[in-house]
Each structure stands twice: as C-alpha cells, then as structure tokens.
Design a protein around this ligand. Structure first.
Ligand code: AGP
Length: 608
C-alpha cells in the first residue's frame, strides 16, 4: 500500500527520504517519488516501478534541500506509471502533495477546476487535490489544506509542502494512518513508524479529522476547525532488526520459520494452568458483560477472515455462543441487525485494513460493542475498538500473511477458552486445552523441520496450472487459506472448498493433471474426509494429504503424504496450515516470482 514520508530539519532531505521509503518497501507499491525544496523552488522526481528505478534515475545528483517529502504508490486511480506517481503539484509547482487513500469526489472537483482553467497532467485524485490547495492558497498553507479537505470526500493521509512556506509540512488524516515522528531539531511525518524508527522512537499518532503543522522545531495538532489538541507522545517499542530478513532469503520464509516463537509470544502469560482458562489483559469487558453477549460477529478480510471462520467454529463449540463471520467489505454496506447484546470483533494483522475499520465503525454506530484482535500496536483498528487482544507476533513484512494467521488462531482459541470457562467448559476440558496449547510451539517446530518433504512435492507440481484444497470442520478454512497462499505468491489458480462440497461442482475439474491437497488429520471428521479422498482417486486426481503421525490407513491411496503431530481438533489448523505455507513458498521460489511483494498486492489495504 502507499507509503508517506516527509522531513523537515537541517539535514539533506533527499537521502533521508529515500532511505525511509525503503523501510516501507515491504508494504507493496508500483512507483515512487520525492520532492525537495530549496531556495523557494521545489524539485519533483518520480519513477514507475521499484525504488531502485527512482534511485537509478536520480544517480548521484540528488536534489538539494532540507525539507521534502516522498511516496511509494499502489495504484488506485490511473495506471502505475511515472505521470501518475506521487508527489503531485498544483499548476504553479508551488504546492506539492503526497496522498494515501482515495478522494471519491475527485472527478467533480476536477471538472470544476478545469472550468477555472486548471490543466491536469495525471489521472489521479491526488493531483486534483493539489490543484485545489493551490486554488485556495491565500497566505496560509494550513488554511488552504484544511479548506481543500473540506471539499474533498473520501479517505486520506496527506502531507503537503509549499515553496511559499519553507520548512513547513502540513499533514492530515482521515481513514489512512499518519503520524508525526518527533526528533531533535527535525521532525517527520510518515504513514508507518518503521520508516523513521532509526531517527526517533517518539511518535504522535494522528486520529481521523486531525491536522498537523510541522516545522523543524515544533509540531502543532488541531482539528479541522483549528482547535488545538493536546496529544500524547507514544514510544515505539519494537526494533528495526525485527523487520529485517535475518539471514533468510525472503521475509515470508523468515516469518514461516518464526512461528514457534510468534505463537509462544501470543500465548505468553495468558494461560491459566490450574483454572484451565485464559487471562487476556486487554479484554476490558467484565465477566458479566461477556456473559451478556447473545451473539458474536467476527469481521475481517483475506487471511484474517479465514482465521475468523476457525474462530466461529471454536467459539460455538467451546462457549456455545452463536457466532457468525462476515466479510468486512460486505458487512459495512449492508444493514446488519445489531444491538448492545452483539459483540463485533474485528480481526486484522495490520490494524489498518480500510474495510475492517469501517465495519467496526458501522457496528459501533449501530449500537454493538466492539473489540479487536490485532497485531500492530497503536494501529487504527486497535484505537477504534473498545478493547482487544494483541497478537504480539512481531512485524509481518511478507505480503502473504503467515505468522499472523497462526497467532490469530491462537488468540481466538484463548478467547474461546475464556468465554467457554464462563459458559459451559469444565475445568478439566479447559486444562486439556491449556496443555495442548502449551505443546503447540514445539509441534510447530517439528512440522517446520519436515520442510524437505514439501520441497519435493513443490518440485513435482510447480508447473501445475490449477490446485484444489479440500478440508472439513476446523480445516475447511485452512483449505481456503492454503489456496489463497498459493494464488497470491505463485499466481497459480487455486480453490479451497469444504471437501463434501466437491461433489456439487468442483469434482468436474478432477483429472490426472489436478493436484488435490487434503487436510486429513485424525479428527472428528476424519472418516468423512477419507471417503472424499477415495472420490478424488476414483477420478484420477493426484492427492497430497496431510495426515496425523503414524496414520498408514491412506498409504495405498494418496500420492504424497505429509504428517503432522497429534493435537486436539480445534488446534489442528495450527499444524495443517504450515505445510501449505511452505508449499506455496517453495512453488513460488521455483517459479521465480516476487515472493515478498507479489504483483498487484499490498501488505495493508487501506483503500476499500
Ligand atoms: C494475506 O496473505 C493477504 N495478503 C490478505 O488477504 C490480508 O490477510 C488481508 O488484506 C487482511 O489484512 P489484515 O489482516 O492486515 O487486515
């Protein structure tokens, strides 16, 4: 997704901005650019493609100046080319803007401005905003930006500089993350603390509807009515080394291999052995409040939505509270029936996904109670909800979510355990789950140690054009997740289905060219899935099956077997998903795709 970095201070801005933008590369983008101000002139440089292309274009001749801004763009309006790349300027080149998000009414504003003689170079909504700021400028950049924002509809994180006001950055946020990073004799505005962490850990998160006016020595935060706001300075407490590759070829591989630790981190201090329960410090609802919820709605997108499906099965089985799962993008635009007896839980790795954030706002507006299961501390979703559970799984950089998924399942298990102990789960059942959870990090390590097996399967199937993933019960969502992982990074078409649904359509696709991946651990639905495997074999399909250690029953039937250790049914997804992550990764590497930044994808989707 797009990234914003703006700097004002005493050092040369261009190299600082380029280095900071590189820290945001993991978010995915298709073009980059920067603008630097010197002696009343702003130089804008931009290029399509990776930052490398921009650097090559600039060579050793970096524009000079101590105030500037930069951007990595993920196209929303207009093709990902140089013209559409940010920064954008007004007609006079004195106002320069970078923007994340979408101005939805830009076409109308563009037409009005065209009638006044404005000429536009790009197809973007951002250029229209830059022209509007230029049109409204009459001695105050802050006033012009606020005036323009009042006329624009949609979501934004914007940073603006002007040659009329050297040394000043005006930034504003609505729906797209933005923060001020506070330094000594210099200040930054960025969309992600990772960009500026090496310069300062002190940050001020902007909330929706807030404006920051930033100079080298001070910053001022106001609302859109210019009322000054007192904001607390937060300290970023994670390290840059955590977002570097640590010797692995790709972030995705690092994050897959990190899962024993990331799961331990999600569990840390939360298991209550004696009581057979869970302690969730961030879950501020009292037991009475938790018991008052008649219904739970889990809302999310993508991989987080798959985790939500597993959560639905768990909460209903362990706590017997009616639970449903909603795509955030659908939920926010329909008319869901909600009241204060409904708990809406948003699940998100980034905490910035626009649809999930909007779904939670909608839920709150309709009277529901809200909580989050989020990885990124201080993110927009974390701040939107009443309370929540952090994953603590560390920064996830690879666009394909891996360790966040397993931590989401763990967090949902803890929540189910907590709720279950309040409703109908006995101490003994609770203890059994606690003990099984304790064993999970070691079992995850064991499965990851069997990567060689997956490698040979990846070699065999790397040129396939289609894959089918089938599972039942707790592992139906894992089938969806396995298919999504493969699609995302290898660009092979893959479908996930509940195994029994195969007979209602997908079975027509099965022939000797079709690899079918089955989740077949020994669980409550094992005998059913074994029959589904027979059905595929009878049609010549090539079966890759995940089975429990020691299970030889399917040996004559399946073409490739991957084994996982035994655990309780609700925890099998934590083990089954690992070989699927590895399979997708190995196939992508063999096909030579860009594993960490697959085409067209962004790490955090802050547009709807
Ligand atoms: C996962 O591999 C995807 N890249 C994507 O589906 C992701 O899970 C989705 O965009 C939701 O992101 P979030 O968890 O940050 O809200």
């Amino acid at each position: 997704m797009c990234g914003i970095v703006a700097y004002t201070g005493t050092r040369q801005a261009a190299p600082l901005i380029l280095a900071a933008l590189k820290k945001l590369e993991y978010r995915g983008y298709d073009s980059g650019g920067l603008a630097v101000m010197s002696d009343g002139v702003i130089t804008v440089e931009k290029q399509a493609g990776k930052l490398r292309a921009l650097e090559e274009h600039l060579g050793d001749e970096l524009p000079q100046g101590v105030t500037g801004l930069g951007h990595t763009r993920w196209a929303t309006h207009g093709a990902p080319n140089r013209t559409n790349a940010h920064p954008h300027t007004d007609g006079t080149g004195t106002i320069v803007v970078v923007h994340n998000g979408i101005f939805e009414n830009f076409a109308v504003v563009r037409e009005l401005l065209s009638e006044k003689g404005h000429e536009f170079l790009s197809e973007t909504d951002t250029e229209v905003f830059a022209h509007l700021v230029g049109e409204l400028y009459s001695g105050s950049l802050e006033g012009a930006v606020v005036g323009a924002l009042r006329q624009m509809e949609g979501a934004y994180g914007v940073a603006v500089i002007s040659s009329h006001e050297p040394g000043t950055i005006v930034a504003a946020r609505r729906g797209s993350p933005l923060l001020v990073c506070v330094g000594e004799g210099e200040n930054w505005v960025t969309s992600d603390a990772a960009a500026t962490l090496e310069h300062s850990r002190s940050v001020v998160y902007l909330d929706d509807g807030e404006v920051a006016v930033v100079t080298p020595d001070e910053y001022r935060i106001t609302d859109l009515d210019s009322t000054r706001l007192e904001k607390t300075i937060a300290t970023v407490d994670w390290d840059l080394s955590e977002i570097e590759r640590g010797g692995y070829e790709h972030f995705m591989l690092k994050e897959i291999m990190e899962q024993p630790e990331s799961i331990s981190d999600t569990l840390r201090g939360r298991l209550l052995e004696e009581e057979g329960g869970a302690r969730l410090g961030g879950l501020h609802f009292s037991d009475e409040e938790l018991l008052s919820f008649e219904r739970i709605v889990l809302t999310a997108c993508g991989t987080s939505w798959h985790a939500a499906l597993i959560g639905e099965y768990m909460i209903e089985e362990l706590a017997q509270i009616p639970t449903e799962v909603e795509y955030a993008s659908e939920f926010r635009y329909r008319s869901p029936v909600l009241n204060d007896k409904t708990l809406v839980i948003g699940i998100s790795q980034s905490g910035e996904t626009a649809d999930t954030l909007a779904a939670l706002k909608e839920a709150r507006a309709r009277g529901a109670r809200t909580m989050g299961i989020v990885n990124v501390v201080g993110s927009s979703i974390a701040r939107e909800v009443e309370c929540g559970v952090y994953l603590h799984s560390g920064p996830e950089i690879g666009v394909a979510s891996t360790k966040a998924f397993t931590s989401q399942i763990v967090a949902l298990t803890l929540l189910s355990l907590k709720l279950g102990r309040l409703t109908n789960l006995s101490v003994l059942q609770g203890r059994e789950l606690v003990q099984a959870l304790r064993r999970i990090p070691g079992q995850v390590r064991e499965v990851l140690g069997r990567a060689d097996r997956v490698e040979s399967i990846a070699e065999e199937f790397k040129d396939s054009t289609n894959f089918l993933y089938l599972g039942r019960g707790y592992n139906f969502p894992v089938a969806l997740e396995g298919a999504l992982k493969l699609k995302e990074i290898s660009y092979i078409h893959a479908e996930g289905y509940p195994a029994a649904e195969m007979k209602h359509g997908p079975i027509a696709l099965i022939d000797e060219k079709m690899p079918v991946v089955f989740m077949a651990p020994r669980d409550a639905v094992y005998s059913k899935i074994a029959s589904n495997i027979q059905e595929v074999k009878a049609r010549g399909g090539r079966v890759i099956a995940l089975v429990t250690d020691g299970n030889d029953d399917l040996d004559g039937l399946v073409d490739y077997k991957i084994t996982i250790p035994e655990t309780l049914d609700p925890l099998t997804p934590l083990l089954c998903v690992l070989p699927l992550q590895m399979l997708a990764y190995q196939i992508a590497v063999k096909r030579g795709t860009d594993v960490d930044q697959p085409r067209n994808l962004a790490k955090s989707v802050t547009v709807e």
